[in-house]
Ligand binder design. Structure first.
Ligand code: MF3
Ligand code: CO
Ligand code: CO
Length: 291
């Protein structure tokens, strides 16, 4: 027990509060929040709504629809259910969702261009429910796509699950990136380094950062403890891992070689009995799915 945990374990007798809660603060390990059972229920509810939203939007992601129409549908569904789109206004982001088509790696801004037969598009949803965030994304095949695009999407999906499967309670955070990088390399793809998974809770992006590769230096030695919550969201590229930021909108991230990129994302809670995926959907792809 660290001195921190020692003080944290004092109960204010009769009040049923520990000292950190009495001070209005959550427990942390370094800068990483450790959520108690009440807080975990908040995260589960947010993850569940985000999944419901994904199930709602999935049938609309078809040739001919524009990404701004998808954005509108998500915005209205979220507000109709009394919740908040986390992206809208976040660091001045202009929309409720990110839609990343073909060579766009992430943070694509919805626009008036219809989705076209053969495109691949990642739809990334984040919702705030009673103050808690849920964050997940899927890449969709629009109509009939080239075999190379299908294979890339399959690898991005499988890579996310390889990363989730590498999570062990009291294991190391770095095993996630190690397993994803090895898996992608064997299939002949590269892993984006500039954008990572992230801790999730009352804030959209918080500690810990979750690299999907093995950093050459400054690798975190974080041990995963019950109550930690973060995303696993590898971006897998057909060509080089290097990316460039659009210098007009300052959001859109593209592969530097304009080769295809695909991504899936889940929010994961570490529990006493292993990882718990908070954003599994009813109708979407489950582990083992073949695209
Ligand atoms: N949902 C993205 C993620 O997975 C972040 C989008 S931030 C935004 O972390 F501002 F672009 F919406
Ligand atoms: Co995320
Ligand atoms: Co996301």
């Amino acid at each position: 027990m660290s001195p921190f945990d020692f003080w944290n374990s004092f109960s204010l007798k009769g009040l049923g509060l520990n000292i950190m809660q009495a001070l209005g603060r959550s427990k942390t390990k370094g800068k990483v929040p450790i959520y108690n059972e009440d807080e975990r229920e908040g995260l589960r509810t947010a993850g569940r709504f985000n999944s419901q939203l994904m199930d709602f939007i999935r049938p609309h992601v078809q040739p001919g629809i524009t990404t701004i129409e998808l954005d509108r549908l998500v915005y209205e569904y979220t507000l109709d259910h009394g919740h908040t789109p986390a992206c809208l206004g976040y660091k001045k982001y202009p929309n409720s969702i990110c839609t990343s088509v073909n060579e766009i790696v992430c943070h694509g801004i919805p626009n008036r261009i219809p989705l076209h037969n053969g495109d691949i598009v990642n739809v990334d949803l984040t919702t705030i429910v009673n103050g808690w965030h849920g964050d997940s994304s899927e890449t969709f095949l629009i109509g009939n796509v080239a075999e190379e695009a299908r294979k890339l999407v399959q690898t991005a999906f499988d890579a996310m699950h390889v990363g989730i499967d590498a999570i062990q309670t009291y294991g190391k955070l770095t095993e996630i990136g190690r397993s994803i990088e090895r898996f992608a390399r064997v299939r002949g793809y590269s892993v984006v380094q500039e954008y990572q998974g992230h801790g999730l809770g009352r804030q959209f992006h918080q500690e810990p950062g979750v690299p999907h590769y093995v950093p050459k230096s400054n690798a975190s030695n974080l041990v995963l403890e019950p109550g930690m919550c973060f995303t696993v969201e590898p971006m897998i590229n057909a060509g080089t891992w290097r990316t460039m930021l659009d210098n007009r909108d300052k959001w859109t991230v593209r592969t530097i070689d304009l080769a295809l990129s695909a991504q899936f994302e889940h929010t994961v809670l570490v529990t006493e009995s292993g990882p718990e995926v908070l954003t599994f959907t009813q109708n979407g792809p489950l582990p083992g799915h073949k695209f």
